[in-house]
Design a protein around this ligand. Structure first.
Ligand SMILES: [Zn+2]
Length: 427
């Protein structure tokens, strides 16, 4: 199956190409990008006319909980720990696999319709999430998150290990990694087991880290007074780790992240919504740390629209640092694309529109936007484009949305199925 994207303005995010190329065709063969050039000579294949439209790599959301769409806007007025312990965890205990499946499908719709093609997720009922992801066609790195506050570490690890054995390699769009909820919820024994499992199977580790000030205190309590950076320093060398949030890094954390190549998933909207603070992204970049972007789950992050996340990333850092030169728009686009691929250790597969890579890309139509004229298209995408400007979303060569219409999912039924899930469990 071949598809030709005709006559687009290409923003490939490939450092070996121009930042923008006009009037370019992209030939997709099966799941890969086969050719990029002008006036490609092809006949009898599906053509997507992208005249005057922009084609970018699909956005990569490096931290989310896609089973949490039903918790959207349930956080107002709560401290993070209170929100988790009073509002989220008691209900999560009651959720069924079918609830999570439906909730995850809703998130898949949201991602496809706002241009995200890959998500790094961390939740439970992973087989139900896999079912939703496979049905939707989106690319996802999933896990069965481990923590040991409920004394069921062995149960969780055996679930994770069978997930790894049963699903890694089974579907072309599903990857299993090792998810650690956080150091404040996971003991040294849990961390040891998680890291050795990740090393045994050569998998990424995905963990929440220093989301708020309280967390550092809780971690130290959990580790006989050790500081968070000491635990990272003593445990995470030679791992492929991505840490979400990193709002409260200490000065000692930065060189460790740099030395161990620990990647960050920056989630500015969730951090603001939960009153956690603002991560020091410029200092991460100064230390050569790979910064990618995440939305977090909708419970705290409101939605999965990565365009909003890009905009907040730029505005926040320019504002709080009183420096408009920080974070040029193109750097922010890198965070949402190629840096996401690097963070997930999949730079050779996704993150840029490059011959031989997987065909994960989006067509963006800015002509209906009222934000005209377009003087700097990169800044326009970061600060003015909306998820709803994404016209077509392609993952692994499969067109999942064309002209804003989903090709694989029944949107109305899925939305309807999710409406009453939460109310069943709230007394
Ligand atoms: Zn999270």
């Amino acid at each position: 199956m071949k598809t030709l994207i005709k006559n687009c303005n290409l923003i490939s995010m490939d450092e070996n190409r121009e930042k923008i190329e006009y009037g370019v065709d992209i030939l997709i063969n099966e799941d890969k990008i086969e050719q990029i050039g002008k006036n490609l000579n092809t006949s009898n294949i599906k053509v997507i006319d992208a005249t005057n439209k922009y084609v970018l790599p699909g956005l990569i959301n490096t931290h989310s909980h896609i089973g949490m769409s039903i918790f959207r806007e349930s956080v107002d007025g709560y401290q993070t720990q209170d929100w988790l312990t009073q509002k989220i965890w008691p209900i999560e205990d009651k959720l069924t696999g079918d609830d999570i499946y439906k909730s995850s499908l809703l998130s898949c719709i949201e991602m496809i319709k706002t241009g995200t093609t890959t998500v790094n997720d961390q939740y439970f009922f992973p087989e139900d999430i896999i079912k939703a992801v496979v049905e939707s066609g989106i690319r996802a790195e999933l896990t069965r998150v481990v923590m040991d506050i409920d004394n069921n570490l062995d149960g969780r690890f055996s679930e994770l290990e069978s997930l790894i054995n049963n699903y890694n390699g089974k579907y072309s769009n599903v990857y299993i990694n090792v998810g650690i909820h956080g150091l404040y919820t996971t003991s040294q024994i849990g961390v040891d087991k998680a890291i050795s499992l990740a090393k045994k199977h050569n998998l990424n580790i995905h963990m929440h880290y220093l989301e708020n000030s309280q967390e550092a205190t809780d971690i130290s309590k959990n580790y006989s007074g050790k500081k968070p950076f000491e635990i990272v320093r003593d445990n995470f060398e030679n791992t492929n780790s991505i840490f979400a949030h990193c709002v409260k890094l200490s000065d000692e954390d930065y060189p460790i992240f740099s030395k161990y190549n620990i990647k960050v998933s920056h989630c500015p909207i969730s951090n603001l919504k939960l009153g956690c603070g603002i991560a020091n992204v410029p200092k991460m970049l100064e230390n050569g740390i790979t910064v990618s972007l995440g939305t977090d789950g909708q419970g705290s992050g409101s939605n999965l629209d990565m365009f909003e996340t890009m905009k907040f990333t730029g505005l926040l850092q320019k504002g709080i640092n009183e420096n408009p030169i920080l974070l040029p728009a193109y750097e922010i686009l890198k965070m949402a694309t190629i840096n996401g691929a690097k963070a997930l250790n999949k730079e050779d597969l996704i993150g840029s529109i490059t011959i031989g890579k997987l065909a994960d890309l989006i067509v963006l139509d800015l002509s209906n936007s009222i934000a005209q004229p377009i003087n700097d298209v990169f800044a326009d995408i970061v600060y003015n484009a909306k998820g709803t400007d994404v016209e077509t979303t392609i993952v692994g060569g499969k067109v999942l949305m064309e002209n804003r219409k989903l090709t694989s999912l029944d949107e109305n039924t899925i939305i309807e199925n999710c409406k009453n899930i939460l109310s069943k469990y709230i007394k």
